[in-house]
Design a protein around this ligand. Structure first.
Ligand SMILES: Nc1ncnc2c1ncn2[C@@H]1O[C@H](COP(=O)(O)OP(=O)(O)OP(=O)(O)O)[C@@H](O)[C@H]1O
Ligand SMILES: [Mg+2]
Length: 572
């Protein structure tokens, strides 16, 4: 129920338009009733051969209702779709606002296909909420009241027949269909999300699936989900047809009852014969308001399930929250970790244990250690992607927590271990770091990252497309693009998380030389598996299972004959 309240809450700012759309819907059906009723009246009167002038008003009435029906229908469609799109827009904005603070920590728990399904399909489904859940009962009620009063002028029993039919078609049939369609709406949302997830997964992992000969098996799984979805769709299509037939039956029964009563009244002289057709056909037309009601519970279930999925995401507590105050002015670009302990989840082992180290302004520290030692976790904390559990991280003389996430990230240029490139041009990918970067800056950064010469060999140079995730580039080229990007950002703190991975030794040395020059005047943290080049570091920390096991300069560490020495030996 909470999700329905949420949806209604999002609709409320548009209440004027909603009211207008409801009135227009009612007027459309009223025009339909008017058209049929006046037509029937006209035919009945014409059969009595009155002077043509006597029929003029009715003829104009038929004309009027014929036209007004079309005009109101158009306006109603226009306004109700306008409302729907506004509400969808509202939902999208709310959803993105809720989603943004969750990246990346909380979103890692979701599969990307599932996220995509929520962002696109679950939002899109909500267009049914106004059109097929909210509006139809209101319109039906308005028509019942309006036309019920009209009928009461002739005989109150007509109104009772009308109300009885509305009751059966508006409550009993939807209630029965609800029983039969129970779970279908929910299942459709779930299956669609599952299908999206499977398709997204297989597209992203296409190369692996083909290489391991699993493409067919994966396809079979997708087909299976597709079949399940079609089964549900078939079920609902069947129920839609069934409900429509039932409502049609009630409408015909209603017509028959009105006719029977009408004929009796005509016989008794309590109803004029010319009014009989008008009352009967008018009643039959008013049932137009009933047809959408049968599937209201189904659409409601679908909207609710999809809204639940949206709410589940946006109500997730972000991993890191800003204090709300403005960021302080940093006194310098130094930072320090004091007894920092951190784990990703309560139940998981510590990724970092009582970690203490500091980098003075313009200092250079390297962190080495085996895979899983916790190196990237340090970067995750510095970038405020996650919050630490114990200890204290300071940046420029203030707690890191005093800075807003955006401000903390502004000081830091980082080459992450898994660089993502967008399916855009090299230029666009580079300018991501600094949208105001000039052409000269772009070229200089690319030259420093040893990328410029390669770019010039491409037919479109900086305007060449890199493909999805940068697949048209080699691993090393991708890495150099990431380095050029961070150079362009020109932040006072530089973090390189295994930035040289994927480079051949010669290029690595060239790039490293450039990077070392770049470190001048910057506070630098280098995370690496490779030990050559570390001689130039002020301090090297050897991380082992989240703890610093050794620290010192390159030469000192070699003398210790510990883990660093061992790594050095392995590197040869
Ligand atoms: N998002 C995450 N959620 C849960 N656990 C994580 C997450 N990221 C990393 N870990 C765990 O935290 C520990 C430290 O991981 P981290 O990525 O910091 O290692 P690393 O030293 O960077 O390793 P590598 O050299 O392979 O990049 C590992 O045991 C890892 O399984
Ligand atoms: Mg790592």
């Amino acid at each position: 129920m909470k999700s329905i309240t949420w949806l209604i809450h999002l609709m409320l700012p548009n209440w004027r338009r909603i009211l207008l759309a409801l009135i227009l819907s009612t007027l459309t059906i009223t025009s339909h009733i008017g058209l049929m009723a006046t037509s029937a009246y006209l035919l009945a009167r014409a059969a009595l051969h009155p002077p043509i002038l006597d029929l003029m008003v009715t003829i104009v009435g038929v004309r009027f209702f014929g036209l007004s029906r079309a005009v109101f229908r158009y306006l109603e469609r226009y306004v109700s779709h306008d409302v729907t799109f506004r509400v969808l827009n509202q939902i999208r904005v709310k959803f993105y606002q809720g989603l943004e603070p969750l990246a990346p920590a909380r979103l890692l728990n979701y599969r990307s296909g599932d996220l995509l399904s929520r962002i696109v399909a679950d939002v899109e489904i909500q267009q049914n909420f106004y059109l097929r859940v909210f509006a139809p009962p209101f319109v039906a009620l308005l028509v019942l009241v309006g036309y019920g009063f009209f009928l009461a002028r002739y005989d109150f029993r007509f109104t009772c027949i009308l109300a009885g039919c509305f009751l059966v078609a508006g409550l009993v049939i939807p209630w029965a269909i609800k029983g039969l369609s129970q779970g279908v709406g929910r299942q459709m949302v779930v299956l669609r999300a599952e299908l999206n997830t499977q398709v997204a997964d297989s597209l992203m992992g296409m190369t692996e699936l083909i290489a391991y000969g699993q493409a067919q098996a994966h396809l079979a799984r997708i087909q299976q989900t597709g079949k399940k979805l079609v089964k549900e769709q078939r079920k609902i299509a069947g129920l839609a047809a069934f409900s429509s037939a039932l409502t049609g039956l009630v409408a015909n029964l209603g017509l028959w009852l009105v006719l029977v009563l009408g004929i009796l009244l005509v016989e008794k002289g309590q109803l004029s014969g010319v009014n009989l057709g008008m009352v009967a056909l008018g009643t039959f037309s008013s049932f137009e308001a009933l047809f959408p009601l049968a599937l209201v519970p189904y659409h409601m279930e679908q909207s609710r399930t999809a809204a639940d999925r949206l709410l589940e995401l946006i109500e997730t507590e972000p991993a890191v929250q800003d204090s709300g105050a403005d960021s302080p002015q940093p006194k310098g670009m130094d930072f320090s970790f004091q007894d920092v302990s951190f784990r990703y989840e309560q139940a998981e082992p510590w990724a970092l244990k009582r970690l203490t180290f500091s980098i003075p302004q313009n200092g250079r520290v390297a962190i080495v250690g085996q895979s899983g030692a916790g190196k990237t976790s340090i970067v995750n904390l510095l970038l405020r992607f996650w919050d630490y559990d114990e200890g204290q991280i300071n940046l420029g003389g203030h707690s890191l927590r005093d800075y807003t996430q955006d401000d903390a990230r502004r000081f830091i240029g980082v080459v992450t271990q898994r660089t993502h490139l967008f399916n855009a041009t090299i230029r666009v990918n580079l300018l991501l770091a600094n949208p105001e970067g000039t052409e000269d800056e772009l070229i200089k950064a690319s030259q420093q990252a040893k990328l410029h010469d390669f770019i010039l060999t491409l037919p479109q140079g900086y305007d060449s497309y890199v493909g999805e995730g940068g697949f048209k580039l080699s691993g090393g080229q991708r890495q150099r693009l990431a380095i050029a990007r961070v150079l362009l950002k020109n932040a006072p703190i530089l973090i390189l998380d295994e930035a040289m991975d994927g480079l051949d030794p010669l290029t690595e040395r060239d790039v490293m030389d450039e990077v070392i020059q770049l470190m001048e005047g910057r506070t630098t943290l280098v995370i690496t598996h490779r030990l050559p080049g570390l001689e130039k570091m002020d301090e090297i920390l050897v991380l082992d299972q989240g703890k610093i096991s050794e620290r010192g300069k390159h030469a000192e560490l070699l003398l210790k004959k510990g883990l660093y020495h061992k790594l050095w030996e392995i590197e040869g």
